[in-house]
Design a protein around this ligand. Structure first.
Ligand SMILES: NC(=O)c1ccc[n+]([C@@H]2O[C@H](COP(=O)([O-])OP(=O)(O)OC[C@H]3O[C@@H](n4cnc5c(N)ncnc54)[C@H](OP(=O)(O)O)[C@@H]3O)[C@@H](O)[C@H]2O)c1
Length: 327
């Protein structure tokens, strides 16, 4: 693998634009090719972000020999298919969250990564956010004591004319789309809970529009929430026996947090992101590719398997299934 990493993007929707603008901020990599189901859309996108090539089909891009790694930015129901297809075309993959619809699919994706000896990572960009990394180190060092309580949400008033929000065929619903972030935070800090309780409200389609979750740990609780129905400042709180951390809004893409140890003044810590914050996961992928790794140690295959298992468990609690669960 040369020093310069060549990226390809498939699926040129909302997140692909944000990702591409952050990719331009990272050294020693380039946008080699982009692909859309529409050639015209790919051409416009290509010009906007200085991509060397553009294609009107995803598979054509996968045949470009210069592309090292594919960023998959398509709806949830297609993540498994395009990840395995890309790996079989001998491309490394960064695939958007949720990695897939269920654990069974994620397992197959990881098998394809191992069989092809190629890098694969879920685009859980919050794991690479400088504040979140620092908070994890502070907690692991025991600076705020034993963690007893986490409170995190991801809630906004969604535009329900956007099909992938509510369409179960596309893997829609608040849990897979945004609830995954508070679940990720509880998992990162406290690990796998002993018991999960959850309650949801649903769209007519059967996808969840709003979801409250309670994670029970032996010595702690996490109270988590996701919703497409109501706005929220999106502040997360982590409380320990020696102090607390408040992660500033919106916590999953934050550039600051505060820490308050018992009886001491609150300390404010600012850690700006590069661009919108997608650059940090891009840097991690580039580093792993140069080191011929098939997974990141910071957000590993096992982490993704455990996260999707938690999502499966929550779905079981609220009786939410997708067609992919019956395949
Ligand atoms: N990390 C983050 O901050 C973040 C934020 C938002 C979303 N996401 C994730 O990114 C992924 C895409 O989300 P998005 O908001 O970018 O969605 P979006 O705006 O709807 O774009 C998705 C793109 O996927 C392609 N696509 C392929 N098959 C499709 C189908 N059957 N229906 C609709 N689109 C199809 C389309 O690209 P072409 O027309 O070009 O083929 C479409 O523009 C999801 O996994 C989502 O959860 C992540």
């Amino acid at each position: 693998m040369s020093l310069k990493i060549n990226w390809g993007i498939i699926g040129l929707g909302g997140i692909a634009h944000k990702f591409a603008s952050d990719l331009l901020l990272v050294e020693n990599c380039s946008l080699e090719a982009v692909a859309s189901r529409s050639l015209e859309k790919a051409e416009v996108f290509s010009k906007q972000y200085n991509s060397a090539n553009f294609y009107g089909s995803y598979e054509e891009l996968l045949q470009n020999k210069l592309v090292d790694i594919i960023y998959i930015a398509t709806p949830h129901n297609s993540h498994e298919r395009y990840t395995i297809l890309s790996l079989n075309y001998k491309k490394a993959v960064l695939c958007e969250k949720p990695f897939a619809i269920n654990r069974k699919q994620v397992f197959k994706m990881i098998e394809a990564s191992k069989n092809n000896a190629l890098f694969l990572m879920e685009a859980m960009w919050t794991r690479f956010n400088p504040s979140i990394k620092k908070i994890k180190r502070i907690i692991d060092n025991g600076e705020i004591g034993e963690i007893k309580y986490i409170n995190a949400d991801f809630s906004f008033k969604a535009n329900t004319s956007i099909q992938r929000i509510y369409d179960k065929e596309l893997g829609g619903g608040s849990l897979l789309d945004i609830g995954i972030y508070p679940v990720f935070l509880a998992y990162l800090i406290l690990g796998i809970p002993n018991k999960i309780q959850a309650n949801a409200h649903f769209y007519e389609s059967g996808a969840d529009s709003q979801l409250a979750m309670l994670f029970n740990y032996e010595n702690a609780h996490a109270i988590l929430f996701s919703s497409f129905n109501a706005t929220s400042k999106r502040i997360a709180k982590i409380s320990g026996t020696l102090g607390e951390i408040n992660i500033d809004m919106p916590w999953n893409e934050t550039d600051s947090f505060s820490i308050q140890l018992n009886n001491e003044a609150e300390e404010f810590i600012s850690l700006p992101t590069i661009g919108r914050g997608y650059s940090h996961q891009i840097i991690e992928c580039n580093t792993c590719l140069r080191q011929h790794k098939i997974e990141s140690e910071i957000w590993s295959h096992q982490n993704s398997l455990e996260l999707i298992t938690l999502l499966d468990t929550i779905r079981n609690e609220i009786n939410l299934s997708y067609n992919e669960d019956f395949l």
